[in-house]
Write a protein that binds this ligand. Structure first.
Ligand code: 3PG
Length: 394
């Protein structure tokens, strides 16, 4: 793919696909990370004299104009982060957008209204893609986190205008390539989370690519139970036992070492500070549930990571939202940060929950790279081609 190094930006109208799908609660933006990570691309384009026309989706308005899903608050937030005025157009295509673009001077920034207010966005309607393309001379995609969607503003328009990867897209792709494309071996993956069933493709793809697969979270219960362990009333998927065994066999046949917990922290209820004990992983007492992996498991994971050169991490080890069941996640995360800082490990994390867990552990800034993407990061771990990225490479 071409980066913005190849773009002659001076005086050009640049359509920049951003991901302004920010978390909002009670009408307020609760986390500016995505804007902060987008800002360098905008500053660079502005510095080179481009007219930067930002487009994005926000939430899922399903082709309707839903006022609560306007991108106007994001334009204001962007202006504050950039420290420069940001104009806003009430539509992403048509006369409003065209007039707003016509009024721009070199170095100006404009945000267009939510692309998903048009039904054509999610249908990847060529008419909408043409409407967007008409506004600009070049297209820059900086929305890796929306690249798993083949939509008009991610895929369609990239096939019409000369298309480039922005700095955030570039950073994401480079980090992911360092993790699984051409990594330093041995490579370990930590996969946690609640369900095996939602991570089947991911586990399958990772077991083919990594040397060590470390399984945590409630999904570990399913693997343990599939091997005959007593998991008490732990969360698990009984209908996935055959599948779990197949995953383990396949991994073994591929020479991928799978590490499951050897001990667990069990409690009678899912509650902060619930009374708990450390139990062997094959013997959770009846009436109790595993809420975290235990200290012997943590020690084994840490010892294994010390032998590895690359780590990709998706999913927490335990119920990290409630103390003290965040302990395994936090302890391993801090060790990962130390190994990373010592230059011994390249560590890449991503996917919704994982980012909150790493932040909770205070290590998000200390890892080699933490992806800003949720679903796109997962699809990439599944080995799927992301349409938004494929269109940049076309
Ligand atoms: C995300 O937040 O993961 C992206 O913005 C994609 O959003 P979507 O799942 O609504 O397509």
């Amino acid at each position: 793919f071409k980066t913005i190094d190849a773009l002659n930006a001076q005086g050009a109208r640049v359509l920049l696909r951003a991901d302004l799908n920010l978390p909002v609660r009670d009408g307020r933006i609760t986390d500016l990370t995505r804007i902060e990570r987008l800002a360098p691309t905008i500053r660079e384009l502005v510095g080179k004299g481009a007219k930067v026309i930002v487009c994005s989706h926000f939430d899922r308005p399903k082709g309707q104009r839903v006022p609560e899903m306007s991108l106007k608050p994001m334009a204001t937030a962007l202006s504050e982060v950039l420290g420069q005025p940001v104009a806003f157009a009430d539509d992403c295509v048509g006369p409003d957008a065209e007039a707003a673009v016509a009024a721009m001077k070199d170095g100006d920034v404009l945000v267009l209204e939510n692309t998903r207010f048009h039904k054509g966005e999610e249908k990847n309607d060529p008419a909408l893609a043409q409407g967007l393309a008409k506004l600009a001379d070049a297209f820059v995609n900086d929305a890796f986190s929306a690249a798993h969607r083949a939509h008009a503003s991610t895929e369609g328009v990239a096939r019409i205008l000369p298309a480039y990867a922005g700095r955030l897209m570039q950073a994401e792709l480079e980090a992911l390539d360092a993790a699984l494309g051409s990594p330093q071996r041995p490579v370990a993956a930590i996969v946690g989370g609640a369900k095996v069933s939602t991570k089947l493709d991911l586990l399958g793809n990772l077991s083919a690519k990594v040397d060590v697969l470390i399984i945590g979270g409630a999904m570990a219960n399913t693997f343990l139970a599939a091997q005959g362990a007593d998991v008490g009333k732990s969360l698990q998927e009984a209908e996935m036992h055959d599948t779990a065994r197949e995953i383990l066999e396949k991994a073994k046949a591929r020479g991928c070492e799978v590490i499951l917990p050897v001990d667990l922290v069990a409690a009678a209820e899912f509650k902060a500070n619930a009374a708990n004990t450390v139990v062997p992983a094959n013997a959770v007492p009846a009436g109790q549930m595993a809420l975290d992996v235990g200290p012997a498991s943590v020690a084994a994971v840490i010892a294994k990571l010390a032998e590895c050169k690359t780590l990709v991490w998706n999913g927490p080890f335990g119920a990290f939202e409630i103390e003290p069941f965040d302990k395994a996640t936090v302890t391993v995360a801090q060790e990962v940060a130390k190994l990373t800082e010592a230059g011994k490990l390249a560590s890449i994390g991503g996917g919704g929950d994982t980012v909150s867990a790493l932040r909770h552990a205070g290590v998000a800034e200390r890892m080699t790279y933490v992806s800003a993407a949720g679903g796109a990061f997962l699809e990439w771990l599944e080995g799927k081609e992301l349409p938004g990225v494929a269109a940049l490479n076309a």
